[in-house]
Design a protein around this ligand. Structure first.
Ligand SMILES: NC(=O)c1ccc[n+]([C@@H]2O[C@H](COP(=O)([O-])OP(=O)(O)OC[C@H]3O[C@@H](n4cnc5c(N)ncnc54)[C@H](O)[C@@H]3O)[C@@H](O)[C@H]2O)c1
Length: 266
């Protein structure tokens, strides 16, 4: 069992099967990559999961995969940059599934990479700001509002080591992820006495579509910085993310947890 827990493998989920029984969990960016992996683990551990993504076709495919595994999941096509879209879908989720116990924001984009600030298009900066930071703000704003009546909830925003350390040649990504870390620090203190925790998670490189869209030179730079000399896995992200949003993680708020194979040690 110890090996299973350390490997973060799928079978480790069996150990905790009921950790989220009776809970409603919202996951954005859930159609693929880290969001999908986190949602899968939450559902395997008993949560009823609201899957949010702007890619409707891919979202539908993901929900069908969940249903084939007898997991409880409903799709909500949502653009996290859009206030009306987020507000409307959060209300729909509450109506169809009940108030959320957990909200994980994993929707994000990488934007231009291997690009100096001189060459970084202004529209690309506005776009990455809207998804990574404004989206985090909107999801947190409506999740807190939905959790406040019961004075209970767990919110997790996926940041990045780029926000802690500052990766060169991707200024939009590094700065918006630093913004996410600031959002976590500040908002957590607003609700620290009201049963709602707000934390972040800062992974290094994990192979997903986002990384496949990143310039190879940029991926090589980021990978070389990892002392373990390997990429993280989606299962390792899901293992830490589900701990952070579990009831057990009750005395940490405002913190951005590290998942970088030793790159950042704070
Ligand atoms: N993969 C990595 O190495 C890595 C490392 C650190 C942090 N992250 C962060 O993890 C999160 C997930 O990334 P991933 O690697 O799984 O990428 P991914 O591209 O596989 O998944 C991102 C998902 O977000 C969705 N999305 C994008 N814009 C959206 C919007 N406006 N509204 C709703 N959904 C939207 C996409 O459709 C996609 O399904 C991101 O915030 C990313 O910055 C990833």
């Amino acid at each position: 069992m110890a090996d299973q827990l350390h490997s973060g493998s799928d079978s480790a989920a069996a150990v905790w099967r009921n950790r989220f029984a009776g809970q409603v969990a919202i996951v954005t960016g859930a159609a693929s990559g880290l969001g999908r992996g986190i949602a899968l683990r939450l559902a395997r551990e008993g949560a009823r999961v609201a899957l949010l993504d702007m890619n409707a076709e891919r979202l539908q495919r993901t929900v069908e995969e969940f249903k084939q595994q007898d997991l409880s999941a409903l799709p909500f096509v949502t653009d996290v940059t859009n206030d009306t879209s987020v507000r409307t879908q959060m209300a729909q989720i509450e109506q169809k599934m009940g108030p959320p116990d957990v909200a994980v924001n994993s929707a994000g984009i990488v934007g231009p990479t291997n690009t100096s600030i001189v060459d970084y298009p202004v529209e690309a900066f506005d776009n990455i700001y809207a998804v990574n930071l404004r989206g985090s703000f909107l999801i947190t704003k409506y999740a807190v509002a939905a959790m406040l009546p019961r004075k209970s909830g767990r919110i997790l925003l996926i940041a990045s080591v780029a926000g802690k350390e500052g990766n060169p040649w991707m200024c939009g990504y590094s700065s918006t992820k630093a913004g996410v870390i600031g959002l976590v620090k500040g908002v957590a203190k607003e609700y620290a006495e009201q049963g709602i925790t707000v934390n972040g998670l800062a992974p290094a490189v994990v192979m997903t579509d986002m990384v496949r869209q990143t310039a190879p030179e940029q991926v090589a730079y980021m990978t070389a910085k990892i002392p373990m000399k390997r990429l993280g896995t989606i299962e390792e992200v899901a293992a830490m993310a589900t701990f952070i949003v579990s009831r057990e993680c009750s005395f940490a708020t405002g913190f951005t947890f590290d998942l970088t194979g030793g790159r950042s040690t704070y």
